[in-house]
Design a protein around this ligand. Structure first.
Ligand code: HEM
Length: 692
């Protein structure tokens, strides 16, 4: 009888090779570039999607084990937690790239990362739910599966924010590497030692090497990597420890033998990671799975939520050992009741770092604190790249959380924008200001308009279309760290010049609206009203800076050309609008504060002169200043290297030529780019601080 059962099992396994049985062309689709999309593949989530029904279907399949990929302990929950974590964990705060919006994990290069080994099986399991529910995007489905898995294994209740796009509008996964695009943008000299703006210390891993820094099994060194890579994702120490330990409460590592998982999706697109361990029909699955090469669970009950991971870390003495996969991991010497449990070097690092250890002790003593911190950190992990709360399309998403940076509400009776603009225009030209303004030819008046334009631009251009963070809403340019960024040198003077207007309207105008209106007022004057600008008000003022917005990653670029092209992409501007905005009025005084020389024009009028100059002059480098050029024939006209990129890059030069010939077209694109930036992250009601 036993022999018969084994034979039947073997036959079943043979008929279902470890290749997705639910859809024949799943792997083809996942390759990304040339895939054939099916109808459900293109679908997006909607506000009326029945997320509760989808959760019920996910919960049902979690414990429905399939022979082609048997569930460990009869539960796919841990696999789904890993899929959601790896899908989200590619997000980096340096430039907002990565994350599960668009489900980049289903496409190359992410799909082939060593750390994503066998996650094709997890995606495959979800295909059945996706086929039944056409109205959910892949990104949303993956996160909902992670949430459902955590809750169904007894973990804390997790909120859900729907609205991830089906296909990203930002084909940004290539920038995560390993690709030529990533190498040009953010090269990693030694894989394992990668630095910002990359999110992880090793390309191909979501975060850090589990065996230790560059494979060295020293938990103290590994703690540095763990801390560093979680900071690059935007996490605090308490969130870091809650996530690692909460996650490793579930599931196990897989490394049944030393011959590896087999070819990856680049080498074998149709059947990636078939597995090489184990005999004939059982090969590569169940107890014979090879994923990371490490082997064993962290807890005795890997499908039950608890704080056991933290208790285990503290209760036992750990010694180095080798997994059957030949990888270094740690086993307890004094755990008679649980000899099978294992820890990774990265897990033990949580004991070596003093701050991490204190948190481990807290979670071991207070499980309810772990529930609370893990629920918050998980929601942040899976949602932060979605931007402000208003981007959640489901009405029952949790109220705005601290990581979504809710702001105090603006005044309920805001001052009329046109009236504020008129007040600002009164101070655009002044004789007796105590502030340094731009000198004007043939008059003793000073001009402040270019400085106001610069202030509004600097305030709004922190926006990133990659994770919808930044922008002038909140006016964080008034606070550290933004106010100290090199490009914002002298902005405190410009803000000071606006103080009289602020006093005149008091609480009825917020600083963020005022800054934007100051830019608009100047531009309307400079264009003699020819720009069609959106001057709506309603932004809130932050009380402090935006710490999690990385120091401008632009300073890490290897060339000015890469900086310009990538900045346009991150801002989400069209190339035409971006080129048009480059001609915004420039203040010679501000240029000097920033350590640059002069401007390209001393005119107070907005025109296409900038483009004409770019094309007509010969530019020579100014030896005494970095990245500054001057006209060969007119020593007073200067351009920055970033300006010259516009005529050195063929596709941008075409636009420069068009604008030089057609001022109306230039003004139209200027207004469109300006309105886009100034309205980026314009708040809706749900983005303000929830009423207590
Ligand atoms: C599994 C490393 C953080 C959840 C694993 C595996 C490794 C690993 C090597 C084994 C993969 C395999 O062989 O199947 C790390 C490292 C981390 C980290 C180095 C950070 C320093 C996290 C976080 C979560 C998480 C933050 C979730 C919040 C899981 C789960 C599994 C797992 C649930 C089990 C998967 C299964 O049973 O199939 N991790 N991890 N890990 N990890 Fe992590």
């Amino acid at each position: 009888m036993i022999i018969l059962t084994l034979l039947v099992q073997a036959a079943l396994l043979m008929s279902a090779a470890a290749q997705c049985p639910f859809t024949g062309d799943a792997t083809k689709k996942r390759r990304g570039h040339a895939h054939h999309e099916t109808k459900y593949e293109q679908s997006v989530s909607t506000p009326t999607t029945d997320y509760a029904a989808i959760k019920r279907d996910i919960a049902a399949f979690l414990t429905d084990s399939h022979p082609w990929w048997p569930a460990d302990h009869g539960n796919y929950g841990p696999l789904m937690v890993t899929l959601a974590w790896h899908c989200s964990g590619s997000h980096r705060i340096s430039d907002g790239r990565g994350g599960c919006d668009g489900a980049g994990i289903r496409r190359l290069p992410e799909f082939s990362w060593e750390d994503n080994t066998n996650l094709d099986k997890a995606v495959c399991l979800l295909e059945r739910v996706k086929q039944k529910h056409a109205d959910i995007s892949w990104g949303d489905l993956i996160i909902l599966a992670g949430n459902t898995a955590i809750e169904s294994m007894g973990g804390p209740k997790i909120g859900f924010c729907a609205g991830r796009e089906s296909e990203p509008n930002k084909s940004e996964t290539e920038k995560l590497g390993p690709t030529k695009e990533q190498d040009a943008l953010s090269p990693c000299r030694l894989n394992g030692n990668c630095t910002i703006p990359l999110g992880q210390t090793k390309i191909g891993l979501i975060y850090v090497d589990p065996e230790g820094h560059l494979g060295n099994p020293d938990p103290s060194l590994s703690a540095i990597d763990v801390r560093d890579s979680f900071v690059r994702m935007g996490f605090t120490p308490i969130e870091t420890v809650a996530l690692i330990g909460g996650g490793h409460t579930f599931g196990k590592t897989h490394g049944a033998c030393s011959t590896g998982p087999g070819p990856n999706p680049v080498e074998s697109p149709k059947a990636p990671w078939p597995g090489t361990c184990g005999p004939g029909p059982l090969k590569g699955r169940g107890n014979y799975t090879y994923t990371s090469g490490l082997e064993g669970p962290w807890t005795r009950e890997p499908t039950e939520w608890s704080n056991e991971y933290f208790c285990n870390l503290l209760s036992y003495d750990w010694v180095k050992t080798k997994s059957p996969g030949g990888k270094i991991q740690w086993m307890p010497t004094n755990a008679e009741d649980a000899p099978e449990i294992r820890m990774l070097t990265t897990d033990l690092s949580l004991l070596r770092d003093k701050e991490f250890r204190g948190i481990v002790e807290m979670f071991a003593a207070e499980p309810e604190k772990l529930d609370q911190e893990f629920a918050y950190a998980w929601y942040k992990l899976t949602t932060t790249e979605m931007g402000p709360r208003s981007r959640c399309i489901n009405a029952d998403a949790p109220p705005s959380q601290p990581f979504q940076h809710p702001l105090p509400k603006p005044p309920s009776n805001p001052a009329d924008a046109d009236t504020v603009i008129k007040e600002i225009q009164k101070i655009l030209f002044s004789k007796d200001s105590d502030m340094e303004g731009d000198a004007m030819h043939g008059t003793d008046e000073l001009y402040f308009g270019a400085q106001f334009v610069d202030l509004a631009f600097q305030c709004a251009s922190t926006y990133r279309a990659t994770d919808y963070k930044g922008g002038c809403n909140g006016a964080r340019i008034r606070f550290w760290p933004e106010k100290d960024w090199p490009g914002n040198e002298g902005m405190d003077h410009v803000l000071k010049a606006l103080e009289p207007v602020k006093h005149a309207f008091g609480e009825n105008v917020t600083w963020s609206d005022l800054i934007v209106l100051a830019g608009c007022a100047s531009l309307l004057e400079a264009s003699d009203g020819r720009l069609d600008l959106d001057t709506r008000v309603g932004r809130g003022d932050a009380m402090n800076g935006f710490q999690s917005l990385e120091f401008p990653y632009r300073y890490y670029y290897s060339s000015v050309e890469i900086a310009v092209l990538d900045t346009i992409q991150v801002l989400g501007l069209s190339e035409r609008d971006a080129v048009a905005l480059s001609a915004r009025p420039r203040s010679a005084v501000r240029q000097k504060w920033k350590g640059l020389v002069g401007g390209y024009s001393n005119s107070t009028k907005l025109s296409n002169k900038y483009f004409k100059l770019l094309l007509s002059e010969t530019w020579v480098k100014v030896p005494s200043a970095k990245d500054v050029y001057r006209s060969k024939h007119n020593r007073h006209i200067h351009m920055h290297a970033a300006d010259l990129v516009l005529i050195k890059t063929a596709k941008l030069k075409k636009i420069v030529i068009e604008f030089a010939h057609d001022e109306e077209m230039f003004l139209m694109h200027f207004a469109s780019g300006w309105n886009y930036l100034m309205l980026a992250n314009f708040p809706s009601e749900v983005d303000f601080e929830p009423t207590p």
